[in-house]
Design a protein around this ligand. Structure first.
Ligand code: 5GP
Ligand code: MN
Length: 324
């Protein structure tokens, strides 16, 4: 395992980078990719940035977001690859195949389930966001953090900590956030863009999805379902369902919250949240997914929503029984 200082030294050895982050990217994925991309450019490096599916509208306000390309548009040479906020290479679907054999891979991530797939691995489950790790690397490289970088990294740290409400928020998270605000990040703009600007369709969809809210007999497990045809009915893409999984978690007494989404490629994506001791990263790993103890997910192949729900609930009860 490498430290942030090791990674800073390793990055300085190479000239041109491909920075890749995960499918259905969130604020941390895009914010840390851009923050590191800008930092490397300041050090005179060439940078290509990519994520499967491209940047969602809600994050298009970030400076440089239009430079993040879909995997099919990766062009140009690179002598090292940085993978950010991704616990395994399946998360950068479509990009992994574009990495020539022998190219060093630098894995920067904060998921407890990280598979250590890199040539170099800086994995810190104590970091609230990959953005915290990128900030430390930039400081170690002595790159001055400008306003654009501050905005991107603040978005990374702010969104992955639920704007400093989640259990991953540490004194370090708050100190880094404060530094980024000093450098010009504007928390109100991030919050306004990410949380308070929704399309009419996505709010109408939320209404439909909330109608599917179920709580089991024990009162400890709750879930929501998103049917694929509803996305087209409301003119919404899958990324706009981000945050829906927080609603079943709000139900008083609920310990495990789930969101089942029929996804584009004939898959069911499952979002998982916990309140309390239940470790959803272990639940996700049972289905080849990953994440953190209180927020995780997986993608299940060729299943109906009902089959996915049955399989996941069965595993939840098995794990709850074992914990007792
Ligand atoms: P979300 O429910 O917000 O999409 O994801 C919650 C957490 O679980 C995030 O940290 C995300 O990276 C992780 N996660 C979600 N889906 C998957 C998946 O299919 N595979 C892996 N490895 N991690 C996932
Ligand atoms: Mn993250």
């Amino acid at each position: 395992m490498e430290s942030h200082q090791d990674i800073a030294r390793i990055l300085l050895r190479y000239r041109a980078f491909l920075i890749a982050t995960h499918v259905l990217p969130d604020g941390d994925a895009i914010g840390s990719t851009l923050g590191l991309g800008f930092g490397l450019q300041k050090m005179g490096k060439r940078v290509i940035m990519s994520c499967p599916g491209g940047v969602p509208d809600s994050l298009a306000f970030l400076p440089g977001s239009n430079r993040i390309v879909a995997p099919d548009h990766i062009s140009g040479e690179f002598d090292a690859v940085v993978v950010i906020d991704s616990s395994d290479l399946d998360r950068i679907e479509g990009i992994a195949g574009k990495i020539p054999p022998g190219t060093p891979v630098i894995n920067i991530d904060h998921h407890v389930t990280n598979r250590m797939f890199g040539t170099y691995n800086y994995v810190d489950p104590g970091a609230a966001a990959a953005g915290e790790q990128v900030y430390r690397i930039l400081v170690a490289m002595q790159v001055p953090v400008d306003r654009d970088m501050a905005m991107c990294l603040f978005t990374a740290v702010g969104t992955d900590s639920g704007f400093f409400r989640f259990s991953n928020t540490s004194p370090t998270t708050l100190r880094i956030a404060a530094r980024l605000v000093e450098k010009g990040a504007e928390p109100f703009r991030v919050s306004e863009q990410v949380y308070e600007t929704k399309t009419l369709g996505s709010l109408k969809l939320l209404g439909r999805v909330l109608d599917t809210l179920h709580v089991d007999e024990s009162g400890k497990v709750a879930w929501l379902e998103v049917r694929r045809e509803w996305l087209s009915e409301f003119g919404v893409d899958e990324g706009q369902t981000e945050g829906f999984v927080n609603y079943p978690r709000m139900v008083k007494g609920v310990e495990v919250a789930l969101l089942f989404r029929e996804s584009a490629e004939g898959k069911v994506r499952v979002g998982m949240r916990s309140r309390g001791d239940f470790d959803v990263s272990a639940l996700a790993e049972a289905f080849n997914g990953g994440g953190h103890s209180r927020a995780a997910g997986c993608s299940m192949d060729a299943l109906s929503l009902e089959d996915a729900r049955r399989a996941v609930l069965q595993k939840v009860y098995e794990m709850m029984a074992r914990a007792r």
